[in-house]
Design a protein around this ligand. Structure first.
Ligand code: PGA
Length: 257
């Protein structure tokens, strides 16, 4: 069991228009009434076009929900058609920005350099990056999953300060477990989450390693989150499919009680 405040983040991906997003966030607010907000941080990552609506709903209802974006531009402002800057996300009250999700890497060709630039752009705008790392199936089969994931971690956080490293959230998401229903075993999740923490310890020392939150992601549901959360280095979950239903996601957030 983690000694840090657990973080449960719902990645809506390209689902739910603003009306549907509003309905989900309001229902989630209700469902979270039974969950102690001091014991777990609940976060949603809606599509960009839903963020303003989510902001208004969270503010108006004083809902115990933080929110952020699924991606962020590496650039500050200007002629980057289609991009959304960190400053724009901050102005919407976002706390987080996911960076380097495997779907961004796979379908949008995002390299390690781009991911690293996005991590820095998030910090520059006062946002906390949720840096996603994790191996494809071949690397897992070859026994190279730790090595592969740590290389992504090192590339993603290159050049950030110790202070920033203590704030960042790392999400270990093995690609073969995302959207497949094939969740990693708690031992698999623990192995890589612990390796991530130890790598941070080697780079930035004990205070950073002990503070940073490392999430597991990939087919997390209310039925498997409890055993994942029993492991010492799993500090929460990045949840895709199961975050689209308020009741189910609230059960995930309430895993402890
Ligand atoms: P999943 O997605 O929970 O649907 O497997 C996780 C993610 O991609 O963040």
């Amino acid at each position: 069991m983690t000694t840090r405040t657990p973080l449960m983040a719902g990645n809506w991906k390209m689902n739910l228009d603003w009306k549907q997003g509003l309905a989900l966030v309001e229902e989630l607010g209700e469902q979270l009434q039974g969950v102690d907000a001091g014991k777990v941080e609940t976060v949603v990552l809606p599509p960009f076009v839903d963020l303003r609506t989510v902001q208004v709903a969270v503010d108006a209802g004083k809902l115990p929900i933080a929110y952020g974006a699924q991606d962020i531009s590496a650039h500050e402002s200007g002629a980057y058609t289609g991009e959304v800057s960190g400053a724009m996300l901050s102005a919407l009250g976002c706390t987080y920005a996911a960076v380097g999700h495997s779907e961004r890497r796979q379908y949008h060709g995002e390299t390690e350099q781009v991911t690293n630039a996005k991590v820095k752009a998030a910090f520059a705008a006062g946002l906390v990056p949720i840096l996603c790392v994790g191996e494809p199936l071949e690397e897992r089969k070859a026994g190279k999953h730790v090595e592969y994931t740590l290389a992504q971690l090192e590339g993603g956080i290159e050049g950030i300060s110790a202070e920033q490293a203590a704030k960042i959230v790392i999400a270990y998401e093995p690609v073969w477990a995302i959207g497949t229903g094939e969740v990693a075993t708690p031992d698999d999740a623990q192995e890589v989450c612990a390796a991530i923490r130890e790598a941070l310890r080697a780079m930035h020392g004990d205070a950073v390693a002990d503070a940073v939150r490392v999430l597991y992601g990939g087919s997390v549901k209310s039925s498997n989150v409890g055993e994942l959360m029993q492991r010492a280095d799993v500090d929460g979950a990045l949840v895709g499919g199961a975050s689209l239903k308020a009741e189910e996601f609230a059960k995930i957030a309430g895993f402890q009680g």
